[in-house]
Design a protein. Structure first.
Lengths: 266, 274
């Protein structure tokens, strides 16, 4: 996974696709005389990107922080919830429907409510990013903690291992690859959560994330600047995904390095 | 150890108590209306220092019996006594710790090195810091064929045979008096299998432990054991005493006596199966 990720980075094909799309885009705008308020050409967008670079960088940094803190909260609280679920089937059965509720609730619908409760601030953005990105962590880690190889379980039973030993020496280490898997999915979601929350925070000057920039550019019909902000959002998602990949490649090398992990289970 | 060791229920009674004794063990799986009887009034005795093979076709209940003896599965009826103590799912730590289990797959923890894997049972018992434990683990790793430079390798870096060797070293690391083996070499090729058979005999004589060995390989069962218990449909169909003296050499497998005895065991197995 990690090596293939690295390989993709050095392959020129995506760059060629990018240039191709930009060229087609340019000619479509010129040929059909599309007004820049509807769709500005790639050059106009590039100009806007350059003009607004400091604003966008600053906003991206704020949004990245919110998304990253949200992802971190998801990792911590999601894992803790999963540990509780692994220890009590009663709690798992009782609470799992509400965890699924977290996944199915339209974040756009509850973000305004959370802003009323928590205010127009960084904390609210983190809260929304956490809510939207916690489910993959809970689901993956719970399944990792519970789907323990039968023989490994018996091995621990033969040593009269305590519940605590079983959890710390077997279940938790066995679930680490699942946590990484969950975080990969969650990293994209946390960026979405942060930006959506920022739409609702409004441009009151208290908070300036990418989402707030976008709503203000839209209100002013600055389409080129809006698209530039959109590109910054995309980059942000990629950056966070890359960070999670880096984390899994370095910190968790033992688990993910070898393909042997799956083949051991057979 | 020699061929004079007695098999279970031999007419010449042993003075000592058997170290493993199963009496009329019954076990069924499944729910009402669809009950599958797995162990059917099964009785078996194994004496101290014996190597007994449980031989039988797949699904005859041999692995289940091993787990009942280990206390991993509770029997519905009957009793299992190991070294004077009754076996149950919740048995005292001290009784269970006399036994060690080698699984069909190596069952190594992928995030631990060879050394850490072999130390796991001692760690779970809280004795991993004792020097005699470390000495024993070092000795066992050497005995099963690990170079010191390989102690830090992860399971994914090992071949199937080396994984199984590490698994055997781990099972021996707690100085068990009884070693229970559940078809440990089923997935290995013949060459490797016979090498590991010899390793097992070395370990058995050096560590002086009783072994109960589940297999469906006749040659392996003969080569390893003092006695063979042929299992069929949840009970011991026949008990055979293996007439070859210890220590055994790999060349024994190619003698006409071995071939003749092989035929005899195969016949018993077929009889039990029909």
């Amino acid at each position: 996974m990690n090596s293939s990720f690295g390989k993709h980075l050095t392959n020129p094909a995506p760059v060629i696709v990018f240039l191709l799309v930009a060229t087609i885009w340019h000619f479509v705008v010129v040929l059909f005389k599309i007004p820049p308020i509807i769709l500005p050409g790639p050059i106009a967008v590039a100009n806007a990107l350059w003009r607004e670079r400091m604003v966008l960088l600053n906003a991206s940094w704020i949004t990245l922080q919110a998304a990253a803190v949200g992802l971190l909260c998801s990792a911590i609280f999601g894992s803790l919830i999963a540990v509780v679920f692994s220890q009590s089937s009663l709690l798992r059965i009782a609470l799992y429907p509400y965890v699924i509720f977290l996944q199915t609730v339209p974040i756009v619908a509850i973000a305004p409510l959370l802003i009323i409760w928590s205010g127009n601030n960084f904390r609210t953005i983190v809260l929304v990013a956490t809510i939207i990105s916690i489910f993959p962590v809970i689901a993956n880690v719970t399944s990792g903690l519970l789907s323990i190889n039968e023989n490994l379980r018996e091995l621990f039973q033969m040593q009269s291992a305590t519940r605590w030993q079983m959890l710390t020496k077997l279940r938790i280490p066995a679930a680490i690859p699942q946590l990484v898997l969950g975080l990969r999915v969650s990293s994209g979601l946390s960026v979405i959560g942060a930006i959506v929350a920022e739409f609702f925070v409004g441009n009151s000057g208290e908070y300036d994330g990418l989402g707030t920039i976008m709503t203000s550019r839209q209100a002013n019909l600055k389409t080129a600047e809006l698209i530039a902000a959109l590109m910054a959002c995309t980059c942000l998602g990629i950056i966070l995904f890359g960070l999670v990949n880096l984390l899994s490649a370095t910190l968790l090398r033992r688990w993910t390095r070898h393909s042997g992990f799956e083949s051991d289970k057979q | 150890m020699g061929p004079t060791l007695l098999e279970a229920n031999s007419p010449i009674a042993e003075s000592e108590q058997p170290i493993i004794s199963c009496n009329a063990v019954r076990l069924a799986f499944g729910t009402k209306g669809n009950v599958q009887s797995v162990l059917n009034d099964l009785s078996l005795e194994v004496h101290q220092g014996q190597i007994v093979s449980l031989l039988g076709p797949s699904g005859c209940g041999k692995s289940t019996l091993l787990r009942v003896i280990a206390g991993l599965i509770a029997a519905d009826q009957g009793s299992v006594i190991v070294d004077g103590a009754k076996v149950a799912r919740q048995m005292p730590r001290s009784s269970r710790e006399k036994m060690s289990f080698v699984f069909q797959e190596p069952a190594l923890l992928p995030w631990r090195t060879v050394w850490q894997n072999v130390m796991l049972p001692s760690q779970l018992r809280g004795v991993q810091q004792q020097t005699n434990v470390k000495d024993l683990v070092e000795h066992l790793l050497g005995l099963v064929g690990f170079q010191k430079s390989d102690w830090g390798k992860f399971p994914s870096q090992l071949s199937g045979g080396m994984k199984m060797r590490a698994s055997i070293a781990r099972a021996m690391s707690t100085r068990p008096t009884i070693l229970l083996l559940d078809e440990p070499f089923a997935a290995l090729d013949d060459m490797l299998r016979s090498k590991l058979n010899d390793l097992l005999l070395t370990i058995a004589s050096e560590q002086k432990c009783t072994m109960l060995f589940v297999t469906h390989n006749i040659s392996e069962a003969i080569y390893l054991s003092d006695a063979i218990a042929v299992m069929s449909q949840g009970r011991i169909a026949e008990r055979l005493k293996v007439p070859f003296a210890f220590p055994r050499q790999a060349s024994l497998r190619s003698t006409p006596e071995f071939a003749a005895y092989y035929g005899q065991v195969a016949t018993s197995l077929a009889r039990g199966h029909s």
